[in-house]
Design a protein around this ligand. Structure first.
Ligand SMILES: NC(=O)c1ccc[n+]([C@@H]2O[C@H](COP(=O)([O-])OP(=O)(O)OC[C@H]3O[C@@H](n4cnc5c(N)ncnc54)[C@H](O)[C@@H]3O)[C@@H](O)[C@H]2O)c1
Ligand SMILES: O=C(O)CC[C@@H](O)C(=O)O
Length: 633
């Protein structure tokens, strides 16, 4: 890494697929051939020739001549091309536009593309025409593009090398590009370093020769400690996704520029400890236990996404004390659980769990014994939260009476009747369904005494959490015939992967429907979750917004118009005053400040004006009781 105090080396940028996301000639072909019957075919041929040239498979001169012959473009197509290219500047280059304007005298764009469209695009970044070295088109009298100026060195094989010789730059030269011809400058000894620029396209033959690979321009600025828009390159943010959330989650994180690693099943505590080092974001579902030990091993963790509703598998307080914000998807799979529960209670009422296996075994057992309609029966819902209350509405719609019990005061929906005590509900319900959350105090919430209170022949459903029910007591109530049947989706111990066998004493009992924790496993729910949770995590990283975090003080922030300082500290007196003293000492103007605390931590966000130096940042890091501190540009 060069000394940050030394002058910036000359930066030689490629244009097509580096400065912009696309190839200028491909786009020109697309515009010129609009409405042409063979447009797609010809554009495809041009793209293939571009790729062959860029990968070094055919000579550049040959590739260019063949592309121009296919093009059929006219000078009137150049204005729309320029307008389009201005919208296609690489994201990280656009983001760091100020860098280009500040160091324009050290930056050259050396391209085998064409000056006619490159110059106006890079001019918006302060790069003067004299620093653009590119081909020029030739035109006929009607303005048709006929080829390129053969006198220009860039029109020939090895053109970039020849151009660098002519430039004769005095000082270190770094080349940034996506093509083989960019690497050749370094190979010829005319550049000190070659950076393969892969934000838009990554060519193995080019990457193989690079001194460094740049997934974005932020990475370059970060490595050279140069002024940048982001405080940290996104490509350095590592995401570890466990338990197979919908593929959309990984896709969204990758689109954001993060590195994503996926592990199909769950990991046990020791395995997770091995994998967590360097991870900034962890994504899990219901199986993975995030314990104090895991959090202690997590040296870079910023946030955890529970790709589900339940968060009892995470030590939320320990995460909070480590400054790790946790988000979940509180209602993305609610409807799926409601539908499953409704289906189960009908299926149990008709004793289908017994009849179905008999049919598969060839036994015809036509009988109405023990079967009943759900119409007019009482459904007792224990836990009237998101799932319980939605089930209440749906169950009434199919003619059931609903009674509910919740420890908290809840809005009574439709004609549902609130039970004053759990026993009242148990004594009156034909079906009892649990929808309480999995907080530790709910361990064995429902046991022998509660089953005994239920009506003889009543049905029982648990789609909430395994540990809230005393399973041996449930098995005994079923064996004795006191309960008429049960449906259970969640278990105190669940296999870690689909390869592990399921062991439980409910196996083999009559009229018992067992499902492998699939209450929320529908395409719709999984897709909703995979969009909801990454969005919360990325918002937290990008803006500090903690709205809907399950363990952090919730702050919803206005749009940021300045540098934003994010400070998480132990909630003891005086920290805010100390932060503000540091800012005052350094004459930093506070534009806005937002603080929220809970019993363990304080979360303070300070927007400051753009003038600050790195000493301020260091001083803020050193404020006593700081847990985590980060700066958003
Ligand atoms: N089977 C699945 O795949 C699946 C899918 C989603 C959610 N879940 C689980 O379903 C449960 C309910 O989810 P939700 O989104 O409705 O949660 P929620 O937080 O909206 O509702 C839970 C309700 O239970 C009440 N409650 C908690 N403990 C209680 C107690 N001891 N006595 C009485 N009431 C109590 C709370 O006050 C709250 O109203 C959770 O355990 C969740 O983890 C399971
Ligand atoms: O998909 C899972 O692993 C858990 C589903 C469910 O229990 C939840 O909490 O949302």
């Amino acid at each position: 890494m060069p000394n940050a105090a030394a002058p910036l080396p000359y930066l030689v940028f490629d244009f097509d697929s580096t400065f912009t996301q696309v190839e200028g000639l491909d786009e020109l072909a697309d515009i010129a051939l609009q409405g042409h019957p063979d447009q797609a075919k010809v554009v495809g041929q041009i793209k293939a020739l571009t790729d062959q040239g860029m990968a070094g498979e055919i000579g550049f001169q040959e590739s260019l001549a063949k592309r121009l012959a296919l093009l059929g473009a006219n000078e009137r197509h150049l204005a729309p091309l320029i307008a389009r290219l201005k919208t296609k500047v690489s994201e990280s280059i656009r983001r760091n536009g100020n860098f280009f304007r500040q160091f324009a005298d050290r930056i050259y764009v050396v391209s085998s593309g064409f000056r006619e469209f490159i110059e106006p695009v890079v001019a918006e970044f302060g790069i003067p025409a004299s620093h653009v070295l590119a081909n020029t088109f030739t035109f006929d009298a009607a303005g048709n593009i006929t080829g390129c100026d053969p006198a220009n060195v860039l029109s020939r094989d090895g053109g970039k090398i020849r151009q660098l010789v002519l430039l004769d730059l005095n000082g270190p030269v770094y080349v940034l590009g996506d093509g083989y011809t960019d690497y050749q400058i370094r190979e010829a000894g005319l550049a000190h370093r070659f950076y393969a620029y892969t934000e838009n396209v990554s060519r193995p033959s080019v990457v193989a020769h690079a001194d460094e690979v740049l997934p974005t321009f932020d990475e370059f600025l970060y490595q050279l400690r140069l002024p940048m828009t982001l405080s940290y390159p996104k490509n350095r943010i590592k995401v570890l996704l466990l338990e197979n959330p919908d593929a959309r989650a990984a896709e969204l994180f990758r689109l954001e520029g993060y590195q994503v690693e996926e592990v199909k099943g769950g990991l046990d505590e020791d395995e997770l400890i091995q994998r967590i080092e360097g991870v900034s974001l962890l994504g899990i579902r219901s199986k993975t236990q995030v314990t104090q030990r895991v959090l202690d091993a997590a040296n870079r963790l910023i946030g955890i996404g529970a790709f589900c509703i339940g968060t009892n598998q995470i030590d939320l307080t320990a995460a909070m004390k480590k400054g790790v914000a946790v988000f979940n998807a509180p209602f993305s799979n609610t409807r799926s659980v409601v539908e499953l529960t409704l289906a189960e209670l009908i299926v149990l009422a008709r004793r289908i769990p017994e009849k179905n296996p008999k049919m598969h075994a060839g036994e015809w057992d036509k009988s109405a014994s023990g079967s009943f309609e759900i119409r007019g029966k009482t459904l007792g819902i224990v836990g009237y939260g998101n799932i319980g209350s939605q089930l209440s509405v749906v169950a009434e719609a199919v003619g059931m009476k609903v009674m509910y019990y919740d420890m908290a005061e809840k809005l009574q929906l439709g004609n549902a009747v609130k039970a004053r005590a759990l026993d009242e509900l148990l004594e009156q319900s034909d079906v009892v369904t649990l929808h309480i959350d999995g907080r530790p105090e709910n361990e064995n919430f429902f046991g022998a005494a509660e089953f005994a209170r239920m009506k003889k022949g009543a049905l029982f459903i648990n789609n909430a959490r395994g540990h809230v029910v005393d399973v041996p007591a449930l098995a005994a109530a079923l064996r004795s015939g006191h309960l008429g049947g049960a449906a259970v989706d969640v278990f105190p111990y669940e296999p870690k992967t689909n390869n592990e066998s399921f062991e439980n004493e409910l196996r083999g009992l009559p009229n018992v429907l067992l499902t492998p924790h699939i209450g929320g496993s529908t395409a719709e729910a999984q897709r909703n979750i995979a969009e909801f949770v990454p969005e919360r995590l990325m918002q937290y990283i990008n803006t500090g917004n903690t709205q809907q975090s399950v363990n952090f003080p919730n702050i919803q922030l206005p749009t940021q118009q300045a540098h934003r300082l994010i400070h998480i500290h132990a909630n003891v007196p005086g920290v805010l005053a100390n932060i503000n003293n540091v800012l005052a000492r350094h004459h930093v103007n506070i534009l806005g400040q937002y603080l929220k605390t809970n019993e363990h931590i304080g979360y303070v966000i300070t927007d400051i004006n753009r003038e600050y130096d790195h000493e301020v940042i260091q001083a803020l890091r050193e404020v006593e009781h700081t847990i985590k501190f980060r700066v958003l540009y």
